[in-house]
Design a protein around this ligand. Structure first.
Ligand SMILES: *Cc1c(COP(=O)(O)O)cnc(C)c1O
Length: 360
C-alpha cells in the first residue's frame, strides 16, 4: 500500500537538483571560516532577516537553546506561551542547558501579548531578591495552533514593549517562511521585531538538515562559542549549507501550494461532526483536529489511519496533526480526507462526551 505521509514537513526528500547542488559544493573547513557555502548561507540569511549576522545550526532546538544562553543567565525567567515549542518540548532541556525557568502563559488564542507578560510578572512577588523575566520568546507560525500566523503588528507591539521594559525578544521562526508566504510579509520585517530569530531549513523549505539563528554581530560571535561548546560546530558543513541555499532560492514560493492543500484538507474535515477545530487557525501547512468526540484516543485514531494508508501524529491524547509539504499534492489530501471521514463513519462510537469531559 502506498502511504500518504502527513506526519511532518521534516519528511521531504532532496530532489535531483538539490542533490546536484550538494555534490558539487566546494567545501572548506568552517572551523577556519573557510567553508564557502556555509559562509554564503549565513550571509544570505543575515541579509534576508536584515540582521547583522547569522549562524548555521544543526537544529531548531539548538537555535532556541543557544538563543536562551545569549539572552539569559542561570536563574533567570523566560516568558512564553504554554503552547510554544520552547515550553512543550524544551522546558526541561532549557532548565538543564540554560538553567532558566520558563513562566508559561496560557493565552486564549496562542498570541502572546504585552498584557500577558505583565500578568506573568504580576503573579509573583517581584522584589529584587527574586528572579526576573528577562526574555520573551515568541513563535511564528504556531505549530500547536494548526500553523496559525502571528500578525506582524502583534510582534511589533511585543518588541516595543520589551524594549521599554528592558527585556529581549527571541522569535522561534521554525516555520517563519510559511508565515511570510501566507501573509505576504517580508522576512526583514520579522527580523526587525526580534533580538534573535531562528528558522528551520529542514521543514517546509525541504532541506535535509539545519536551522539558522540570526541576530547582532556580538550575539552571533557568542552563539558560535556555545555551538562549539555543545559539540555542534561542523567542519565541512558546505554540503548541507548548499542544500539549504538551494531550498531558500527555490522552495519558498511553493509553500503557497502546501497552504492551499492544508486549507483543502481543513475544509473537508471541518464538516465532520466528530472532529472539532478552529478552521480559522489553519493558515499555513498544519491541520490539528480534536478527536475527543470519537471516544477514542489520538493514538488509536493514528493507528487506524495508518492501517488505511494515511500517516499522522498524535500531538496530545486528544489531538491528531496532519502536515502538508513538498511531495504531497492536492490529490493526496483529497484521498487523506476521504480516508479520515470513512474511518470516523465506520468506528463504533463508545460515548459522546459532554463538554465537561473535554480537556482544553
Ligand atoms: C520543529 C520546531 C523546532 C525544533 O526544530 P528541530 O530541528 O526539530 O530541533 C522548534 N520550534 C518550532 C516551533 C518547531 O516547529
Amino acid at each position: 500500500m502506498s502511504m500518504i505521509d502527513l506526519r511532518s514537513d521534516t519528511l521531504t526528500q532532496p530532489g535531483e537538483e538539490m542533490l546536484e547542488a550538494m555534490v558539487t559544493a566546494r567545501v572548506g573547513d568552517d572551523n577556519f571560516a573557510e567553508d564557502g557555502p556555509t559562509n554564503d548561507l549565513e550571509a544570505f540569511c543575515a541579509d534576508m532577516f536584515g540582521m547583522e549576522a547569522a549562524v548555521f545550526m544543526t537544529s531548531g532546538t539548538l537555535s532556541n537553546q543557544i538563543a536562551l544562553r545569549l539572552h539569559t543567565r542561570p536563574g533567570d525567567e523566560v516568558v512564553t506561551d504554554e503552547s510554544y515549542h520552547l515550553n512543550t518540548y524544551e522546558s526541561a532541556p532549557s532548565a538543564d542547558l540554560a538553567g532558566i525557568a520558563i513562566n508559561p502563559v496560557r493565552t486564549p488564542d496562542g498570541i502572546l501579548r504585552p498584557e500577558d507578560v505583565d500578568d506573568a510578572f504580576d503573579r509573583k512577588c517581584r522584589d529584587e531578591r527574586y528572579s526576573q523575566p528577562v526574555l520573551v520568546s515568541m513563535e511564528n507560525t504556531i505549530n500547536y495552533r494548526s500553523g496559525k500566523v502571528v500578525p506582524l503588528a502583534a510582534l511589533t507591539r511585543m518588541y516595543e514593549y520589551a524594549q521599554e521594559t528592558g527585556r529581549a525578544v527571541h522569535l522561534d521562526g521554525a516555520r517563519l517562511v510559511n508565515a511570510a508566504v501566507a501573509t505576504q510579509t517580508s522576512l526583514r520585517d520579522y527580523g526587525a521585531v526580534a533580538d534573535t530569530v531562528s528558522l528551520c531549513l529542514a521543514k517546509g523549505l525541504g532541506a535535509p538538515f539545519g536551522s539558522i539563528l540570526a541576530g547582532s554581530q556580538q550575539h552571533m560571535r557568542l552563539a558560535r562559542y556555545y555551538r562549539k561548546s555543545y559539540g555542534a560546530a561542523l567542519h565541512q558543513s558546505g554540503f548541507l549549507a548548499a542544500a539549504a541555499l538551494y531550498a531558500l532560492e527555490h522552495n519558498v514560493e511553493r509553500l503557497a501550494d502546501d497552504h492551499a492543500n492544508a486549507a483543502t484538507l481543513a475544509d473537508l474535515l471541518h464538516a465532520h461532526p466528530l472532529l472539532e477545530f478552529d478552521r480559522d487557525e489553519v493558515q499555513s501547512n498544519i491541520v490539528i483536529v480534536d478527536i475527543t468526540r470519537t471516544g477514542r484516543t489520538a493514538d488509536d485514531i493514528v493507528r487506524h489511519l495508518a492501517a488505511e494508508g494515511v500517516l499522522s501524529v498524535a500531538t496530545s491524547r486528544h489531538h491528531v496533526r496532519f502536515v502538508t509539504r513538498l511531495g504531497i499534492d492536492s490529490s493526496d489530501v483529497h484521498v487523506a480526507a476521504k480516508t479520515v471521514i470513512h474511518l470516523l463513519d465506520s468506528l463504533p462510537i463508545f460515548y459522546i462526551p459532554t463538554d465537561g469531559d473535554r480537556l482544553g
